[in-house]
Write a protein that binds this ligand. Structure first.
Ligand code: ZN
Length: 482
């Protein structure tokens, strides 16, 4: 199958970086990009008109948990006081005696909804650090069905986090020390890495810095090397975690990770916002940025999630200047990687009080080649001959933008994943006119609403204090009694 995309503003590749090709033409043959230029005469089975639109490399979203909006919705307001702004614990640290394995259909729905949401918003590649526990062949089937590219294996950890009946949370060593989890992840990668023409890729997911003992991290590094896959770990994501590691190992989190050997060019650290020297931490900054830069590890920066917790990475520009590699992720909903570029830019400017900081080119690079490099993939994140045919077509002729002078500046300044019209992965159109070419969008929404409502309605049964969703997140306005 040959597809030609004509007339768009193509974000091509000069050999050294992205470059703009006005009124361009991209020829796709099979799963790869054949040519990029202005010649529109090459024969094709299908021609897509992209006039007035950007033809962009598909974005790489380095942080998509394959689950419904149920837990994310609870991050805010009341629970901020409970957990030092680490309030994902409101759903991530359950009462031990109330831990329940979610039913398989709910897990499958969460996976499908999140992976589709990220894809629909323009991320042709996602890194999934873990959603609900469940059957793994089902997971692979869902990736196959939706059509995106996913790096995944089930997460594991040596210590769990629970909340007691007084609302205090605590870490507890697992009896199995997380080893069966690591084994399961290795088996998943051996079995499914490369499935669906390579759209399923393995990555090891030791869950969080403070829930994985050093020996588990060392074993993970050895396993990743043997399997030839990257590693993701959550670290530097909140103050609670920083204090836990400081209290246990007498080191800030980056030094702790460096000592375990997990930092390296194929490691992605989700968040990495809280370091020594951060304005919210009474601990001096040491060589942390230098350690990150020297190791070649990539920070999977999720600016909106941090902003929601009222803190920021300090800062996108300072990390870049120190030579730290950065990719972008969304973490919580909305899984909108286009808007995430704007958050990265604006928040860095706020932190540095520098109106000309965090340039559109830098955040665009982070959301494309930054993520691709982190995953060890030179053939993703760019529109160049020989690269994978993963690209998105974004409509700029909407009133959101006004007249556009420079497409990338406009996209970063005004854009939204909602403007993504067409998504092509592996040479196949998987989203067209903003809708899946493979599944029924309305049906998925209806199922997700039903599933999330059921979980929210029953929330009090699992909360340590029996709180309802409305007690955790008070409604914006009162509801009229009818
Ligand atoms: Zn996460």
């Amino acid at each position: 199958m040959k597809i030609r995309i004509d007339g768009g503003t193509v974000v091509g590749w000069s050999g050294a970086g992205h470059e703009i090709v006005p009124n361009g033409s991209v020829l796709i043959e099979g799963d790869a990009i054949k040519s990029v230029g202005t010649d529109k005469s090459q024969p094709a089975d299908r021609v897509i008109d992209a006039s007035g639109k950007i033809v962009s490399p598909g974005f790489v979203n380095l942080h998509v948990h394959s689950q419904l909006n149920v837990g994310d919705y609870l991050l805010g307001d009341v629970t901020k006081k409970d957990y030092l702004a680490a309030n994902w614990f409101v759903f991530g640290a359950p009462l031990k005696e109330k831990v329940e394995t979610p039913p398989a259909p709910a897990v499958a729905l969460g996976r499908k909804y999140a992976l589709y949401s990220a894809l629909r918003n323009g991320a042709t590649t996602v890194l999934d650090p873990g959603g609900g526990p469940g059957a793994l062949d089902d997971y692979v089937a869902i990736v196959g069905q939706l059509g995106g590219r996913v790096f995944f294996s089930p997460p594991y950890r040596s210590h769990d986090i629970f909340t007691d009946s007084q609302g205090r949370h605590y870490y507890e060593e697992r009896e199995d020390k997380g080893r069966p989890g690591l084994k399961r992840a290795i088996e998943f990668i051996r079995q499914f890495h490369g499935a669906h023409n390579g759209r399923v890729q393995g990555i090891l997911n030791p869950a969080q810095a403070e829930t994985c003992e050093p020996s588990l991290l060392r074993e993970s590094v050895a396993a990743a090397k043997e399997l030839d896959v990257p590693i993701h770990i959550h670290a530097g994501g909140n103050l609670r975690e920083f204090l836990q590691i400081l209290n246990t190992y007498r080191k800030p989190v980056v030094e702790y990770l460096a000592a375990t050997g997990i930092l390296g060019p194929r490691t992605i650290i989700g968040h990495m916002a809280i370091t020594g020297g951060h304005s919210r931490v009474d601990y001096p900054r040491g060589d942390e940025l230098k350690l990150l830069a020297q190791s070649g590890a990539t920070v999977g920066h999720c600016p909106r999630k941090c902003a929601k917790m009222a803190f920021a990475m300090e800062s996108f520009d300072q990390y870049l200047a120190a030579g730290v590699r950065i990719g972008l992720g969304t973490d919580t909903y909305p899984l909108d990687i286009v808007a995430e570029m704007r958050y990265a830019s604006l928040i860095s400017r706020l932190v540095d009080k520098n109106a000309s900081g965090a340039r559109p080119a830098d955040v665009f690079n982070a959301a494309t080649i930054g993520g691709a490099k982190a995953l060890g993939r030179d053939d993703l994140g760019k529109i160049a001959p020989g690269a994978k045919a993963d690209l998105v077509i974004i409509n700029l002729r909407t009133t959101r933008y006004g007249p556009v002078r420079d497409p990338i500046n406009a996209l970063v300044e005004y854009g939204s994943g909602a403007d993504v019209e067409t998504v092509i992965v592996d040479g196949e159109v998987v989203v067209e006119n903003g809708r899946s070419a493979r599944i029924n969008d309305e049906e998925l929404f209806a199922q997700a609403e039903t599933g999330a409502t059921r979980a929210w309605d029953n929330w009090a049964a699992r909360d340590w204090n029996g709180r309802t969703v409305e007690q955790i997140i008070p409604p914006a306005f009162p509801t009229r009694k009818i």
